[in-house]
Structures are given as structure tokens and as C-alpha cells.
Ligand binder design. Sequence first.
Ligand code: FMN
Length: 412
Amino acid sequence: MCMSSSVFSPVTLSNGITLKNRVVKAAMEENMASYQSLPGEALYSLYRYWAHGELGMIITGNVMIDKQAMTGPGGVALEAKTPLAPFTQWAKIIQSNGAKAIMQINHPGRQVLKAMQGKALAPSPIPVNVGKHSKMFATPRQMTCDDIHDVCQRFVTTARRAVEAGFDGVEIHAAHGYLLTQFLSPLTNQRQDEWGGSLENRARLLLNIVSQVKAHCPQDFLLMVKINSADFQRGGFGIDDAITVIRRLESLGVHVVEVSGGSYEAPAMQRRTADDTQLAREAYFLEFARQIASATTIPVMTTGGIKRAEVAQQVVDSGCTLVGMASALAVTPDLVKKWQQYPAYAGVILKCGWRDKALASLAGMAMVRRQLRRLGNDLTTLRTPSPLLSLLLDLHHRKRMTRRYRRELSSE
Ligand SMILES: Cc1cc2nc3c(=O)[nH]c(=O)nc-3n(C[C@H](O)[C@H](O)[C@H](O)COP(=O)(O)O)c2cc1C
């Protein structure tokens, strides 16, 4: 950790890889997969923009470890028998201008839309509660020990296949309310066996996956974990829990932790909490990341609300090694290049100000995803898109992708 490093200076991580600078494109689920949940032309076009955007590292949108358990329609999945060539091409495009290519790997657990008709598994059979919108989600089945071992094995298989495809590393998604967060949080994990109860037990699945992935991948393959600084729900996983788990990840040799927060129920990653915690206006999780960085030797990356070079530099000056950006890079994929030319250039984070917070959140995501699809079609992005039109276009696209996924699922 170097307090005076520039955000634009190279950094070498403990697996030996050097990033050309400290800015990382954080994971954004694109919902733009080709047939059979494979990467295809639309994703390649999108990632070409980021590859030429002077980023140090590019993390893919979450790739599913089980094609029957998808976070959303049009998602990408990589299993034991999935054809590898489309992933090899994806990695090559990402690396074409010197950025490192990291595949984020994930299992949604209970955060599965009912319309998708796939598997919805969870540590305990507690459905997602988002008020009047809860009925959109499937009711999860409590996982057996065999299900838990299967999930662990699948994370390892997907990570090994990412190595084969030429990726530089993987990021295990243990944030935002997905399966591994569901195990970590006492609100969603009410098991009485070795997988629930104490923090040690709740963290067991994540720690087992990390040690197995370490054991089965080359030493120089970058291993990252994205973890919540907190659930931001009363009685949930908190910052002290996060620090305890991260210290265990440190002892297992994880190379980078990305600090985020929240879930579908408390979308802190969009700066909305359910326990009245006030997050910073920009770099939402910086205070938490600072605490974590001072409690561990693992390099810390924080993502959330960053769009200006000055703020990115503050993140580095606070002891974080890497600066993550998602939404701002959907509108301005070459934002880092722009910062280098015009240091005061401010990126744009699309938000919707509607009174219905849940609907506003959906529209905000829809506005971002619309820009991803535009880049995938080689169109220019929009700095002031209409929230309503974006939402309608997004719903149409997701319906189409859901129908295709269900057809594919039933023909397997
Ligand atoms: C459209 C969209 C899709 C996202 N998909 C993912 C994902 O697949 N995995 C993940 O860890 N985070 C995902 N996120 C969250 C971002 O990585 C990030 O943590 C969050 O948006 C806050 O950062 P930002 O303010 O720079 O966008 C997504 C965000 C958006 C807007």
C-alpha cells in the first residue's frame, strides 16, 4: 500500500501480474449473451470499447456456474461441458490492449426471477422480500449437503475452465445478496448444521470454495473475492463480520478483495440502505474499504459511485489499491482515457428520480443496460436517456431473453 501512488500508475499484485493502472471495470451483468448462454458478437463489441478504454483490469459481468440457476435472462454460463471457444475469444478481446481479463463467477441462490423457471436454492427457505414486488421472485428450496458440495465443485470447475480459456483470473461473487452472501448473512442463513449459526459456519462455503479454487488453479491465476462491507439491514452481516472473513481470505491467499454492499432487499450498491446508514455521495463504500484496508494486507478495491478522477485518487490515497467503476463506464467506456487528457472530466452515473424507489431502481438499471446494448450494437451512448423508454425497452429485451432461455432449458 503506497499513500502517494497515482491512480494512473502501474501496480503489481501478489500473484505477479502487473496492471497498467489502478482503474478496474467492475462487473455488470449485460444480459446480452448469444444462444445457449454463450458470449457472442454483441458482448464482443461491447468489450472492445472497454478494452480500448485504458483500464488496468476488466471484470466480466457475472458468469453463472450452473445454467439452471441464472441471475437474469441473457446471462452467460460456463459449466464442465460448455464449448470454450467463445470464452477464449472473449478473453482475447479484453486483453487486446493490455488490460487483464477477470471472469466474475456467481450463483444467484434465491435471487432468481420466477419467470426464469430455473433452480432457486438457498441456505434456508426464505424468499426475497421486496415488498409488493416480492412475487417476481421464485420461492427457494433449502439446500441439502449434497447441493452445497455440488455448488462448491461447480465454482471450481468454472474457475478451471476460465484458466483454460485464457482469463487472467476469476472473481468469486460473495456480495449483493447472491448465494454466498445468503450463507454469510444471519438474516438468510438460519441453518442449524455446520453451514449455519456461527460466523465460522456461515463463512464455511465461501472459504471452502476459495481453498478449492486455489488448489486447482495455477499460482499466478488471480483470485479475487467481491464481498459486502455490510448487508445494510438490521441484524444482518456487518463490517466486523466482513473484516473477520477477509482476514480468513487473506490466510487462504486471496489476491484482491472488492468491497461493496447490499442486496436486492437493500440496494446499497445503488446508495440505498435499509438500516438508515448514510453512504458517501461518491465512492459509497470508501469509509468501509478504508477500515478493511487497515485491517488486512490483501489489496482492497472499492466500487460504487465513482465518476471523477479526483475521487478515484482519493480512493487510492485512502489506502485502497484499486478503484472499481461500473455504471460510469457504461456511458463513457473510455473514461480513463478522458481523465488522462482532461483531469477534470466528470463521467455520468445514470439515475432515475421517481418517487417509487423500487421502480426508480429498475429504471436506473434499465438506463445503464440500454447503454451496454447500444455499445454492443456499435451505437453511441446516451447521456440523458428517458427512464420510461429505457424501462420499456429493457422489459421487452428481458422478456425476449427469458422466452429464449426457457425454450433452451426445456429442450435440454
Ligand atoms: C446494469 C448493472 C449490472 C450489474 N451487474 C453486476 C454483476 O454482474 N456483478 C456484480 O458484482 N455487480 C454488478 N453490478 C454492480 C456493480 O458492479 C457495482 O458494484 C455497482 O453498480 C456500484 O458501482 P457504480 O456506482 O460504479 O455503478 C451491476 C450494476 C449495474 C448497474
